[in-house]
Design a protein around this ligand. Structure first.
Ligand SMILES: *Cc1c(COP(=O)(O)O)cnc(C)c1O
Length: 213
């Protein structure tokens, strides 16, 4: 089933967009099944799951941390962390600088919709935050990430993704070596089509690929 799902999704998404398979609710066996189907990017939102999947997967797989990361836990995963999608606090950057043996590709998480339940910076806070990131050479900012509101209203979702793309466009000229605001991590099982229409370059897909739980 995972193989069929993956082939269908690849057809829809194309090669220009990186599909991150979100395996947070799925077993190691299912995760390896996705690897065998061709998936090479995996997403986990908890430290335990991240380490468990990292250990089980072959070396050429990349495991992305997509959830809120407490700064005191950075050291537990720093050695394996290639992508972080949820950077929104300087305390996390400090710990990456302190503990990571290599540069970590980071998306700054933006709370475009302004919902109180969502993590991330407000769009207005992003430029100032990027300036502070210039001091952390192991934090390599590659773009912005957001989550759409939970709604059936496609125009509302579309507006959120459009605003993230516009914010990215306004920040592209940042001139620090470790800050390149280019990529957009947005779109999940229910809204990746809308996200791709707005220029998503990374989509994070769980249930539609791995099966619902
Ligand atoms: C769980 C999760 C996803 C995937 O959600 P699906 O709706 O199952 O595709 C994507 N991004 C984040 C940050 C998540 O926590």
């Amino acid at each position: 089933m995972i193989k069929e799902n993956y082939e269908q999704l690849k057809k829809e998404i194309g090669d220009a967009v990186t599909l991150v398979a979100v395996t947070k609710y799925h077993s190691i066996e299912e995760t390896l099944e996705a690897y065998d189907a061709g998936v090479r990017h995996f997403g986990e939102n908890r430290v335990e799951g991240f380490l468990e999947k990292r250990q089980a997967l072959p070396e050429d797989a990349e495991v992305h941390f997509i959830g809120t990361l407490q700064s005191r836990k950075v050291k537990d995963i720093a050695g394996h962390l290639n992508y972080l999608h949820s950077l929104d606090r300087e305390s996390v950057a400090k710990k990456i600088e302190q503990y990571s043996p290599h540069a970590v590709k980071c998306f700054v998480q933006v709370n475009v919709s302004g919902e109180a339940s969502k993590h991330g910076l407000s769009p207005e806070e992003v430029p100032g935050f990027l300036e502070t990131m210039a001091a952390y050479s192991k934090v390599q900012v590659i773009g912005l990430m957001t989550m759409a509101p939970h709604t059936e209203d496609e125009s509302e979702i579309s507006a959120v993704f459009g605003r993230l793309a516009a914010l990215r466009d306004s920040l592209r000229t940042e001139n620090h070596d470790n800050i390149q605001v280019e990529e957009l991590s947005m779109g999940m099982s229910n809204d990746y089509g809308i996200a791709i229409r707005h220029g998503a370059s990374y989509v994070r897909i769980g249930s539609k690929l791995m099966g619902s739980r």
